[in-house]
Every structure is written in structure tokens, then in C-alpha cells.
Design a protein around this ligand. Structure first.
Ligand SMILES: CC(C)(COP(=O)(O)OP(=O)(O)OC[C@H]1O[C@@H](n2cnc3c(N)ncnc32)[C@H](O)[C@@H]1OP(=O)(O)O)[C@@H](O)C(=O)NCCC(=O)NCCS
Length: 183
């Protein structure tokens, strides 16, 4: 869950060091941060505090490294009961260090604990990093007829190893990828 304090750090991380189009939909014209985009970001996380099983059907977490928010990850129910959808963004300063794949591994483990059989991530063919990261994690990529949209899906093992199961993650304030993955 992203509480008020974490949400403000989140907004700071996004607006100071992430591309608006990687964080929010195009709620305002142009590629820069606007009040509309920041408002969308606040409303989005605020509306998902109740977790995956609340009406929004989605949970979000901040990604924290050295006590600083450097991105966000989410899991969302889909129309298919055993399929969860995920999305992630990171600040520019932490790109290219393997953090994204590490967080995705943690998210896949969490999805397994939540009973999902598959996880889907939507990206685009022109995305510089996501397709190769997803492929390396075992996702199968399907390019849409428009040659632009890419849907990536991975099947999960039936059960996460006991030592990797996270309890009460939805109630956590932050997802600390480094700490979690070392434990
Ligand atoms: C996708 C994403 C989470 C990957 O995270 P990451 O921690 O940078 O992943 P990696 O460290 O494994 O690097 C991935 C690739 O980016 C490259 N990279 C390195 N430094 C980079 C930089 N400064 N900027 C962009 N890409 C960089 C790496 O060389 C690597 O390339 P390769 O796959 O050809 O080897 C991250 O790029 C991101 O937040 N992108 C914007 C949002 C997005 O696309 N989300 C995915 C939607 S599902």
C-alpha cells in the first residue's frame, strides 16, 4: 500500500526523474509533467490502497532503495480469474542495474502466493528495455496487429517456495526490493 507519506515521495520520484508517459496515461497533452498528471498519479495510488480484492481490483507498491522511492509496481485482477496484470516504472537514476528484473521476480512470487497461474504485462515494441527484460524472465511476447502493442505473458509455478512467501504484503507500506530479495 502507498500511504500519504510514501505517496508524496512517490510523486517526487516520478516528477523529478521519470518520463511522464512511463508513469501516467496521456491525461494532458504533451510529454511533460502537468498538474493533471500529478493529480492522476495521486488519485491512482490513493484509490488502490484497499488492495487487490477491493473494488478497484488492483494493488500498488512503491519500490524503495536505500530508503528512497525509486519507482512503483502494481498487480491487477483481469477478467480471467487466474491471470493478474502487472506494470512497473523506475526512476532514470536506477535504470540498467538489474533492479527492474529483481522487482519483477518478487512480483511473480507474490502473484503465485495470491493464487495466480499467469501474469501479463503490456508494453510496446518500441520500448527500449521492457521487452528484453520480460523475455529474460520467461514471458512469451506477442506483438499486436498494429506492430506497436506487445502483450507479454508468463505461466507461474503452482506454488512459491515457502521461504519466498511474503505474508501481509498488501498491508505493507513499501516494497523494499533489495531487502526482500536478500532474505
Ligand atoms: C523496464 C524497466 C523496469 C527495466 O528495469 P531495469 O532495472 O533498468 O532493467 P535492467 O537493469 O535489466 O536493464 C534493462 C535494459 O536497459 C538497458 N539500460 C541500461 N541503462 C539504461 C538507461 N540508463 N536507460 C535505459 N535503459 C538502460 C540495459 O542495458 C538493459 O538492456 P538489455 O535488456 O538489452 O540488456 C525500466 O527500464 C523502466 O522502468 N522502464 C520504463 C517503464 C516501462 O517500460 N515499464 C515496463 C512496462 S511492463
Amino acid at each position: 500500500m502507498v500511504d500519504d507519506a510514501v505517496l508524496e515521495q512517490h510523486v517526487h520520484a516520478a516528477t523529478s526523474d521519470a518520463a511522464p508517459d512511463e508513469v501516467t496515461p496521456p491525461v494532458s497533452p504533451g510529454g511533460s509533467w502537468t498538474a493533471a498528471r500529478v493529480g492522476w498519479l495521486r488519485d491512482f495510488h490513493h484509490g488502490r490502497r484497499a488492495g487487490l480484492d477491493a473494488p478497484a481490483g488492483e494493488a500498488t507498491w512503491a519500490i524503495v532503495v536505500d530508503e528512497t522511492v525509486v519507482g512503483s509496481v502494481r498487480l491487477k485482477h483481469t477478467d480471467e480469474p487466474d491471470l493478474l496484470e502487472t506494470g512497473i516504472w523506475l526512476t532514470r537514476r536506477v535504470l540498467g542495474r538489474g533492479l527492474g528484473p529483481a522487482v519483477m521476480v518478487a512480483v511473480l512470487q507474490q502473484a503465485t502466493v495470491l493464487g495466480a497461474a499467469r501474469v501479463r504485462a503490456d508494453t510496446t515494441a518500441g520500448n527500449a528495455a521492457a521487452p528484453s527484460v520480460l523475455r529474460r524472465l520467461g514471458f512469451t511476447l506477442t506483438v499486436g496487429k498494429d506492430g506497436h502493442d506487445v502483450q507479454a505473458t508468463v505461466s507461474l509455478l503452482p506454488r512459491a517456495p515457502r521461504e519466498h512467501q511474503w505474508t501481509n504484503l498488501e498491508r505493507d507500506t513499501v516494497l523494499s526490493a533489495g531487502n526482500r530479495l536478500q532474505s
